[in-house]
Design a protein around this ligand. Structure first.
Ligand code: ADP
Ligand code: ZN
Length: 432
């Protein structure tokens, strides 16, 4: 049941003692980088400044912009000879950031992710198909090595090429997959086109879904279509990649591996810590990394700590499913809206298909929102009256959630362009 029982069920007091040692070591290591050396001198910080975990608040935050401004080597804390691998972020919100690893960093990341997938139920006997991009993106190689470490058979399928994915799944009796949630839904339409039913025609029993925000409803929809269990996997390249937080069999929040990461949740406006259990921005500090240690890194991801212990027995705290990024928030007519609010409502409505797109326009200082919503194939070829009823229902439901009346455009299944990577949920055509 556990990959490493002692670590996963560690007594919290002991965990905090290790964290303090890890934090002090990280300060020493980070001080060897160009960036932190400068910051520590400015702020007169060294390892002795930190007497308790609480003292982390004396250290300034690190942001994605700091990484971008000190690109590419400003955060390297070891000699370049020690580095064995580079990865980068996907660049969803701007210039991609790069992260460098030593051999020990890669080994630690591999182990963390092996711990994560083992927790969700992956075993040596599984056949694992990795449907993520191999290359700079961390979801490919990261999972590849972790699953090999468990000893399961890895099919390094890579992203895209849906028909081949399905063929591989059937030919080699794949039992576990790693997939971006929006792609899992897209792939289900390709199964239908081929007159195949993934529940009957494949043997997949576990999926790891991550890399982009998705709602509980979306997860359930994926599970329903495929007949497998889908486990939420959270990570970011700045903190290695996947394997930062992961769902256990309880599927109720993701355990964040606190032996490797020190967790804070802050108010993104005031930057003050929020009360335990309250929502805010996740801030992470690496406790073991050598190549590129990061202190108080602002992830921009919104979540909260679930303070109650988990019934699986692991003592590492859980974070709730990510609600979105701080910069995902749309402001329309003074109302703050997250794309996930729209997804949540849409996924509850029968007849709604697998994809949607929010388009914002501005005409004569008046902002408006249009949502293109794919509908189920059966419905699309059905009666106009039914479609109109669905359209009206969506308008009503969304209005009750976001307090604005959106224009709804029902479109054919698979008509919204879908790439292999993270879904694009919003197109903002408003000009300032
Ligand atoms: P980028 O920030 O450019 O997309 P990454 O590939 O490093 O680069 O992606 C990390 C980000 O992806 C996270 O900060 C988060 O916003 C998002 N993400 C990753 N996994 C999840 C998940 N399970 N749920 C929600 N968001 C996720
Ligand atoms: Zn648990």
């Amino acid at each position: 049941m556990y990959w490493e029982k002692d670590v996963e069920t560690i007594d919290r007091k002991k965990l905090e003692e290790f964290q303090l040692v890890g934090l002090k070591n990280t300060l020493v290591k980070a001080g060897k980088s160009y960036y932190y050396d400068k910051i520590f001198k400015e702020k007169k910080i060294n390892a002795d400044s930190v007497k308790s975990l609480h003292d982390i608040q004396k250290i300034p935050f690190t942001t994605k912009d700091d990484l971008r401004e000190n690109w590419p080597y400003g955060f390297i804390a070891v000699s370049k000879d020690e580095l064995v691998r580079m990865h980068s972020s996907s660049g969803t919100t701007g210039r991609a950031t790069v992260v460098f690893h030593t051999a020990a960093d890669i080994a630690a990341w591999t182990d963390l992710l092996a711990r994560s997938v083992y927790m969700a139920g992956l075993r040596k006997s599984d056949v694992f198909q990795n449907m993520m991009t191999y290359g700079l993106f961390t979801g490919g190689l990261g999972f590849h090595y972790a699953v090999e470490k468990i000893g399961a058979l890895v099919i390094p399928a890579g992203a895209g090429n849906s028909k081949r994915q399905i063929q591989l799944m059937m030919d080699f009796a794949t039992t576990a997959v790693h997939v971006i949630p929006s792609y899992a839904l897209h792939l289900s339409t390709v199964f239908s086109d081929l007159h195949l039913d993934p529940r009957k025609d494949t043997k997949v029993r576990i999926a790891f879904v991550g890399a982009e925000p998705h709602t509980e409803k979306m997860r359930r929809k994926i599970e329903e279509i495929y007949g497998y269990k889908a486990f939420n996997s959270y990570g970011l390249s700045e903190m290695n990649g996947p394997g930062v937080a992961f769902e256990c069999p309880c599927q109720d929040g993701m355990h964040i591996w606190e032996d490797n990461f020190l967790v804070e949740i802050i108010n993104p406006r005031t930057l003050a810590p929020v009360a335990d259990g309250e929502e805010g921005e996740l801030v992470l500090t690496t406790l073991k990394r050598e190549g590129m240690p990061l202190l108080r890194y602002r992830t921009k991801d919104l979540t909260r700590i679930i303070p109650e212990p988990c019934s699986c027995g692991r003592t590492h705290r859980r974070i709730e499913r990510i609600k979105g990024r701080t910069d995902d928030m749309l402001i329309l007519k003074g109302v703050n809206i997250f794309p996930m609010q729209i997804e949540k409502k849409l996924m509850e409505i029968p007849g709604v298909g697998t994809n949607f797109l929010i388009i914002l326009e501005r005409k004569e200082f008046n902002d408006s929102m249009m949502v293109k919503v794919e509908v189920n194939r059966e419905l699309f070829s059905g009666e106009l009256k039914q479609l109109e009823a669905l359209r009206r229902k969506i308008v009503e439901e969304l209005k009750s959630e976001i307090l604005i009346t959106p224009q709804i455009d029902l479109v054919e299944p698979d008509s919204i362009p879908k790439g292999e990577g993270k879904a694009v949920r919003v197109i903002d055509n408003r000009k300032d």
